[in-house]
Ligand binder design. Structure first.
Ligand code: CA
Length: 419
């Protein structure tokens, strides 16, 4: 909704909020003063704010997971380099770690497209510039697209090789959302990259059924150049929230209402629900009640039922999620926290009307073409080395350079001025 808020704001349907905040909203003012990068990322091309966003908390979203019990059984350690990843995946393929006498293991698998190609990172490529698949990335202040980079060529040709060798799920682009459930549940999947919290829960679900089952988080392996990085991170601001329409007769009252949700009391109410009903105060901190944590419905669903944790303009508190995240996920997050190897996220730019026209004219067909070629190469329908020059030429013909030039100038306007 960010684009719509800004577009209709510029056209006069929503009112700019800056002065209203300055005069009537001390909590929002304090928030934006201490989170200038967020204010900047959601401002319109005229520098004004047109909506109050949902602001997530916590840094980590996804990480690498591996069947630690398979590694132990085969006498292997967690892979630290691309070569070691290759050796581990080969051992999973060849050495029957699930012990059924069949060569049925699926060494690397993933549920979503973004993780299906995540292995390209081992060759210093990037799968995305943010949590959004196919996003632009910033390289030393220069905005480009990861899938037009030289490292991507190397990465994708190696991934194609691994796919051909049966180290990557043959059905990786088609198996879909339930692939994790199927491949872990049937004791077939060896390594993946996915969300910490939900992936860790398979240990609770499967250890009674599969003897020794241990799916453990591990650090991103180092790349060919010896870097270690993770490019998946929770968005710092979500492109959703609420705005004030130009016909609203009570903008001051409305901004005060928005402001309440960023106060301490509003933040507790929006993250933990109602005192006595969903949480109790323990040593001055909200703690979910046991019956909420133990309920058959997920905590977030129970909160939605009472009107909390809904992605309007509010500020998430990671503590809300930590209280119902399992121990293995928390250990993984701690591991990544200590690693301090998260890539900076591209937080997006606000395009003016002319830039938006350039973007809409060229970008959708470029992204479609890049996505098609990505799968063509991995599935082995074309050799990457043979096709790369034609690919680059086609990107140019489709308007890649025009889009990058426009994005760079929008990026400079939005981010360089603020520094
Ligand atoms: Ca087997």
């Amino acid at each position: 909704m960010k684009e719509d808020f800004i577009r209709y704001g510029l056209e006069g349907a929503f009112i700019p909020l800056d002065e209203l905040i300055e005069e009537n909203a001390p909590n929002l003012k304090a928030f934006f003063d201490s989170h200038k990068e967020i204010r900047n990322a959601i401002s319109g091309p005229d520098g004004k704010l047109y909506f109050i966003p949902y602001v997530p908390d916590g840094k980590f979203s996804r990480g690498w997971f591996i069947r630690q019990d398979w590694l132990d059984k085969l006498g292997l350690k967690q892979p630290e380099t691309p070569e070691e990843v290759y050796e581990v995946l080969k051992a999973f393929r060849d050495k029957d770690p699930n012990g059924n006498g069949l060569k049925d293991e699926v060494p690397y698998f993933a549920r979503e497209e973004i993780d299906a190609v995540r292995l390209i990172n081992l060759w210093d490529a990037r799968v995305s510039g943010s949590e959004r698949y196919g996003d632009f990335a910033v390289y030393d202040g220069q905005l480009r697209h990861p899938w037009a980079e030289e490292n991507y060529k190397t990465g994708i040709s190696n991934v194609a090789k691994w796919y051909k060798e049966g180290l990557i799920d043959k059905e990786i682009f088609t198996r879909g959302a339930r692939s994790r459930e199927y491949l872990l549940g049937n004791n077939l999947g060896g390594m993946t990259h996915d969300w910490f919290a939900s992936t860790s829960t398979y240990n609770d679900a499967l250890s009674p059924k599969i003897e020794g089952f241990a799916l453990k988080p591990m650090l991103p392996p180092k790349t060919v150049s010896g870097q270690r990085f993770e490019d998946s991170r929770r968005l710092r601001v979500q492109p959703v929230g609420w705005a004030i329409s130009a016909t609203n007769e009570h903008p001051v009252e409305t901004i005060k209402y928005f402001d309440f949700w960023f106060s301490q009391q509003g933040r507790i109410l929006s993250n933990f629900g109602v005192e006595g009903l969903t949480y109790e105060m323990v040593d001055g901190k909200p703690q979910f009640k046991k019956e909420i944590l133990d309920n058959k419905d997920p905590v977030n669903a129970q909160l939605w039922a009472v009107g909390a944790a809904i992605p309007r303009g509010y500020w998430m508190d990671y503590e809300y999620e930590r209280q119902w995240t399992n121990k293995i996920a928390l250990e993984g997050i701690d591991l990544y926290e200590k690693c301090n190897c998260l890539k900076d996220e591209f937080m997006g730019v606000s395009l003016n009307a002319e830039e938006k026209a350039t973007f809409d004219r060229y970008w959708p067909s470029i992204l479609t073409y890049m996505t098609e070629m990505q799968q063509t190469w991995i599935l082995g329908a074309q050799d990457v080395d043979t096709g790369w020059d034609a690919y680059k030429k086609r990107l140019t013909a489709l308007g890649y350079d025009e889009v990058i030039k426009m994005m760079q100038s929008a990026y400079d306007r939005q981010y360089k001025a603020a520094q």
